[in-house]
Design a binder for this molecule. Sequence first.
Ligand SMILES: [Zn+2]
Length: 140
Amino acid sequence: MTDSGPDADGEDEAQPELCDLCGTVVSDGSESYALVKDSSAIHAVDPRFDGARMVVACSPEHLRELVEEYARRPFVEAELWAGKIDRVMLQHPSGAIRYSELLEETGLTPDQLEAGVTWKNEDYLRWREQFGGDGPEPSS
Ligand SMILES: [Zn+2]
């Protein structure tokens, strides 16, 4: 949830890459890349790249494993919409944005917007459940 998209650090070609599967550092340019579908991937500025993540691997074998791993993950549209809402909110740090502007800037329909907000709330509750308490007892 903290990374900002496929090309967040794509500017600097001299940087060694880390294999997304095993963490091996690849600094000799032999890494492989693939674009995978990921509903938690939101591009920093360009909505056209939302839902796609660039993965990097140390070898074609690891790249294949990564691609298969992402292919098995559910693509949650509400998560994607929530990410679009987050991006727009980041561009309005004061939080002052009208509903109509939020619709226009996210490019979502009212239904999608609502689903995205609901997903964000549920995500917050999941987060609280996982990290917020120190007991196994459910809060509700
Ligand atoms: Zn690897």
